[in-house]
Design a protein around this ligand. Structure first.
Ligand SMILES: Cc1cc2nc3c(=O)[nH]c(=O)nc-3n(C[C@H](O)[C@H](O)[C@H](O)COP(=O)(O)O)c2cc1C
Length: 201
């Protein structure tokens, strides 16, 4: 099959991309609006792109009607966010927080998740998640006005919380203990338990 992007509909292009670029890590993002209302939602258009300073990027895309998602709107008001690790034990509540609730409604409460305050940023952290990245937004770049247009949120990580229970004996995060889940195409997810090691040349 060949997809000529200039002729194809947006949803087909989206479905091809999210089926191909896999597995995608999941940023489970807490933000607040100007009144402090908390929002929590997962985003798999996500990765880290450098460590000096530490940079992460995720993309709350435009909705199908072209409108901006609550996470993006909150970041315009309060340019800080927390990335909570999406781990296997929290996969169901993580998925539940993708519900499209009204802007002032808290998805963490909706999914029965306890929140705890952050140290350096205003959005709180998901207590049950073993890792939190406290971030400040550096920049955002919107590409495309319509449905599923990208809104790249570029953030600097300012504080990293790691539960000692997911560390190995050298003080590094042990993937066998962290057990993140990742997103594939359609409704598929994968675990990070089928590991193999390779030494770098
Ligand atoms: C695992 C997972 C990954 C998702 N990744 C994205 C993403 O990268 N970008 C996006 O805009 N929506 C993504 N979504 C959908 C959003 O979570 C959903 O639209 C959510 O309601 C947005 O919340 P907000 O409007 O409160 O910001 C994802 C959903 C799930 C379950």
């Amino acid at each position: 099959m060949i997809i000529d992007v200039s002729q194809a509909d947006v949803v087909s292009v989206y479905q091809a991309l999210v089926g191909i670029v896999t597995p995608r890590p999941i940023a489970w993002v807490t933000t607040v609006d100007e009144l402090g209302h908390v929002n929590l939602a997962p985003f798999s258009f996500f990765n880290t792109f450098g460590a000096n300073p530490p940079v992460v990027v995720f993309s709350p895309t435009n909705r199908r009607d072209g409108s901006k998602k609550d996470t993006y709107l909150n970041l315009q008001a309060v340019p800080e966010f927390v990335i909570n690790a999406a781990v296997e034990d929290l996969a169901e509540p993580m998925n539940a927080t993708s519900a499209e609730l009204p802007r002032s409604q808290n998805e963490a409460e909706f999914a029965g998740l306890e929140l705890v305050p952050s140290t350096m940023v205003r959005p709180p952290r998901v207590a049950a998640s073993p890792v939190h990245l406290e971030c400040r937004m550096l920049q955002y770049i919107s590409i495309g006005e319509g449905a599923i247009g990208a809104n790249l949120v570029i953030g600097q990580v300012v504080l990293i919380h790691i539960d000692d229970a997911v560390l190995d004996t050298n003080g590094r995060v042990d993937p066998r203990k962290l057990r993140t889940v990742a997103r594939l195409g359609g409704d598929f997810f994968c675990r990070s338990t089928d590991l193999f090691e390779m030494k770098r040349p």
